[in-house]
Design a binder for this molecule. Structure first.
Ligand code: WT7
Length: 679
């Protein structure tokens, strides 16, 4: 135990929705008062569908009732909201005061101190650690006191570079306790990527571990932090916790975290925070080379995480909630930490991989921990599907009630397998669409609806207070039921990001200006006759590799830095397991003296050093030149069509500078396809 150590962009890219419909209505209550107790007293609300209508028609009353019921306030807000999407202004529960860690911990310690708050599913199967609400509060308070004693102040930003574990959760909550913002960086990111995020966030404190353990392998995370911090003059101190027994070199700036925590008091005065103070920032990729630090604030985010956690997954008191995402992504923030803990739930924090020590890992864990809601990613489902049903059948999954999916569209085959094999055909699948920007789930089936129809592969229905709209290229709202267009959200909601750190203008330009008056998601979607939504993928140059977002421009920046490379174009292509793979077209400099194998190795080394392993190109095609418009813009659309072997719809090539370039690209691609694959 560790404290004891020392203590598609293209709207057409998806298949049409399948018409197999699954109805889960019979097993669920149809009384809305029972389903949404907070809604009692809303005139005319008789079921979940009318509640959705009510939440849009009387948004302020709806959110007011939810905020009063679900959050504990230090002092009341003076207005429910003050928002203007046209100007990028978003404020919820204006002037209200509260503390997020009090909402996630103290109030549950009062009623059920010994309830398990968190189950740490360590990499080594069978060695889980249970942490009660009282213990998690104590850990959080000790760490809050330590951060304060070491000079971290309200409004500072602390960077957390840790694998999923109780101390990582306590670190997030300790920041919330003392009013510091956290900036969790996924521990798979390289030292360069970490350094960029530390500098942009202007963190002077970093929290990490000596080593990470995943899939039976250890990684020296502290070394990565050292390399990063050496290039960040603002960093004063690095807190180091011990995940393994392996000693680690400590320098002057390093703090032995667990030892120092033991010296601290278990009581820590919570900071009184304004609803709109920053709770955290989280970096994600956009369509330029520079990642953006999306800013989330206190009350609105917490309320939205709590409400969606309860109603999308039909979470009930006593359930064990198993979200297997890493805390380095927004899914880990909202559904491993803030949503479940705000609801006084029991949350699983998963350190391992779906196939360690074998492909039965998830289901063996479900049986051992008696997990009731399982929330995972399509890429893992597709991978496990290939290993066969026997790994699932081996384990008892009768505890499961709801199965969730997130990160990318789930293809019908994976959906059916998840439903039929994993859930034995009896658990609703909730395909949840949302983004780092939205803070919580925005479109998803609602299994507790009286009308609980779910169409495989579709995110289905907007959540309470969410109004999706589809717009055409001219920015006109598509009003017919069945339509395809750019997915926007027409109303502000409490969970939405407020800004991009240090660059509010970029926030406005990216999300508010493309379609004035609407929040633009960057995704495309279809809507059916029945009004159900299906997400088709990104409309910009962002690709989705194994559910992780990466901007093609970020990869190109790195590839172009290679001395042999003149220029490059990176696109996503359909990949069986990852959803999308990374395909790099590379034009070499005339005098470059390098073999393709050397080039492949160089690019792999560079991309994993500058970004992360998951961003490394899967396929590299060396080309003489790239198809460009006369004004010099690379025609990525053409490259995508070539790679998708959709040569009949290359589209309008009239702006192409030199049509010969396309033929060369096609031939080069065919030559690559005829060669045996190289890993
Ligand atoms: C992008 C957001 C939301 C947490 C994980 C990823 C894609 C996400 C779905 C889904 C189709 C989905 C979208 C979105 N996406 N969930 N259920 N169906 N696409 O968060 O890194 O902010 O990425 O992931 O393209 O814009 P993220």
């Amino acid at each position: 135990m560790w404290l004891r150590c020392t203590s598609r962009r293209l709207l057409t890219s998806l298949r049409a929705p399948r018409q197999t419909r699954v109805n889960h209505a019979s097993s669920w209550s149809s009384s809305v008062a029972a389903a949404v107790p907070e809604a009692a007293g809303f005139a005319g609300v008789t079921d979940r569908a009318t509640l959705q209508d009510f939440s849009l028609a009387h948004g302020d009353r709806f959110w007011d009732a939810m905020a009063r019921n679900r959050l504990t306030w230090t002092s009341a807000y003076s207005a429910v909201q003050d928002c203007d999407l046209r100007r990028g202004k978003v404020k919820w529960f204006v002037g209200g005061k509260l503390n997020v860690s009090v909402n996630c911990l103290d109030r549950h310690v009062l009623t059920c101190p010994d309830k398990v708050a968190l189950i740490w599913e360590r990499d080594e199967p069978g060695s889980q650690v249970k942490v009660t609400y009282r213990e998690l509060l104590e850990m959080t308070c000790r760490l809050g006191n330590l951060l304060r004693r070491r000079g971290v102040k309200k409004g500072d930003c602390v960077t957390i570079y840790m694998p999923p574990c109780p101390l990582a959760v306590a670190s997030m909550l300790a920041c919330a306790r003392i009013g510091a913002a956290h900036n969790v960086v996924f521990a798979g990111f390289s030292s360069d990527a970490l350094a960029e995020r530390i500098r942009d966030a202007d963190s002077s404190t970093v929290i990490t571990v000596n080593q990470g353990v995943r899939g039976g392998k250890t990684t020296d995370l502290k070394k990565t932090v050292d390399a990063a911090v050496d290039t960040c003059p603002n960093v004063r101190q690095v807190f180091v916790a011990m995940r393994t027994e392996t000693p680690v070199a400590m320098s002057n700036r390093d703090v032995a975290m667990e030892e120092e925590m033991m010296q601290e008091d278990v009581v820590c005065e919570p900071a009184v925070m304004d609803s709109e103070d920053v709770l955290f920032m989280l970096y994600t990729s956009g369509s330029t080379g520079k990642p953006k630090g999306l800013v989330h604030t206190q009350a609105g985010y917490l309320l939205y995480a709590s409400l969606t956690h309860k109603y999308v997954f039909d979470y009930h008191d006593g359930d064990v909630f198993g979200c297997v995402a890493d805390i380095g992504w927004i899914t880990g923030h909202s559904y491993c930490v803030y949503g479940p803990l705000a609801n006084g739930g029991t949350t699983v924090v998963f350190e391992s991989t779906p196939i360690y020590p074998n492909p039965g890992r998830y289901w063996e864990m479900v049986e051992r921990l008696q997990i009731n809601q399982f929330y995972g990613a399509p890429t893992a489902i597709r991978l496990l599907l290939k290993y066969g049903d026997q790994w699932v059948h081996k384990y008892d999954r009768s505890s499961l009630k709801t199965l969730g999916s997130v990160g990318e569209p789930i293809n019908t085959e994976a959906w059916e397998w998840y439903h039929r094999v994993v859930g034995d055909g009896r658990c609703p699948i909730v395909d949840t669409w949302w983004q780092t920007e939205t803070g919580g789930i925005c479109i998803a089936p609602r299994p507790s609806d009286p009308d609980a129809e779910i169409v495989p592969g579709m995110a289905m229905r907007p959540f309470f207070g969410i109004k999706p709209v589809l717009l055409d290229n001219e920015g006109k709202e598509l009003t017919s039921k069945s339509a395809s267009g750019a997915l926007c959200l027409a109303r502000p909601w409490p969970g939405m990001a407020r800004s991009i750190h240090n660059d509010h203008q970029r926030f406005i330009e990216t999300y508010c200006q493309p379609f004035p008056g609407y929040f633009f998601t960057g995704d495309g979607a279809n809507r059916t006759e029945e009004g159900h939504y299906q997400i088709t993928g990104r409309l910009d140059d962002v690709i989705n590799v194994s559910g992780h977002r990466i901007g093609t421009a970020e990869i190109e920046d790195v590839v172009n830095h290679c001395s042999a490379v003149a220029e490059s174009a990176v696109i996503g292509y359909t990949h069986d397991i990852k959803g999308e793979g990374v395909y790099a077209f590379v034009v070499l400099k005339k005098d470059a003296d390098i073999t393709v194998a050397e080039l492949r190795q160089q690019l792999k080394d560079r991309v994993s050093k500058s970004i992360a392993k998951y961003a490394c190109p899967d396929v590299i095609q060396v080309a003489q030149r790239l198809p460009k418009t006369r004004s010099g813009k690379i025609m990525r659309r053409v490259l995508r069509k070539v790679v998708e072997k959709d040569l009949n719809s290359l589209g309008d090539l009239s702006t192409l500078d030199d049509p010969g370039a396309v033929q060369e690209i096609i031939q080069g691609h065919q030559a690559l396809c005829n060669k045996p694959p190289v890993s």
